[in-house]
Write a new protein. Sequence first.
Length: 74
Amino acid sequence: MATLATANQVCAMPSAHQLRFTSLFDPGRGVVVPCDEAGHVNLDLLSDRLRNAYLWARAMVGREYGYPVVERRH
């Protein structure tokens, strides 16, 4: 999956935190989704594209992506 999905693709309520999956092979690639401070993602608030990217990244942890990190959004 060559697409960088970002929290900006979400049309729902903005979140103060984001969950970042960084590519193990290409540091410029990754998937970022909005989450709460504990790292919980509300799938109902994500666009179809971002939801698919998030589920793919989650399934590929250790193969394509590193473990996700919760970050405070800027």
